[in-house]
Design a protein. Sequence first.
Lengths: 116, 111
Amino acid sequence: GAVVSQHPSWVICKSGTSVKIECRSLDFQATTMFWYRQFPKQSLMLMATSNEGSKATYEQGVEKDKFLINHASLTLSTLTVTSAHPEDSSFYICSARGTGGRDEQFFGPGTRLTVL
Amino acid sequence: QKEVEQDPGPLSVPEGAIVSLNCTYSNSAFQYFMWYRQYSRKGPELLMYTYSSGNKEDGRFTAQVDKSSKYISLFIRDSQPSDSATYLCAMNQGGGNKLTFGTGTQLKVEL
């Protein structure tokens, strides 16, 4: 149980284009999902917290107009990187909070974004 | 000072060794503690989830929490080459609050 998927697993795009990454909880409902960014050999950096049916809460320094997050259902959250630039190249990982009052997060496999 | 401190390693041990991974934290409000394993280019995988002080065992893994010292540990018995990965500690105050991660310890188990 507690499986989270991400799609795509990797994507290469040209500078200026937008890229959408999907995060799905496959076998449980997730009212809260989280989006992280990870650079090589570094820990995870929380970008935003996404609650189903409401606006995402962004961490300080994260541009909400650049990283659009939508959590339209209890099993799906999306991150759209708008007008991507090479400095946006990174490993993006989502997680979903467990249910039943527990606080652990279950992570997706990640999406590697390369912007040329 | 970071809220959570974790030695980044790398830590190299022979196969079969007992591995000890540790984190210290400064925020006494942290109540929930987790250990994740992350292989290269993959998402973190939850290994252990604990709430109170004390020990929790799951197979070859034992998580230990000492709230009075603000110190948590993960022990791996009979380590295997497949345990080679980065281990991240994480914690929060509960209530669905965001996790605070350590920097991760890179572990290599050699044959």
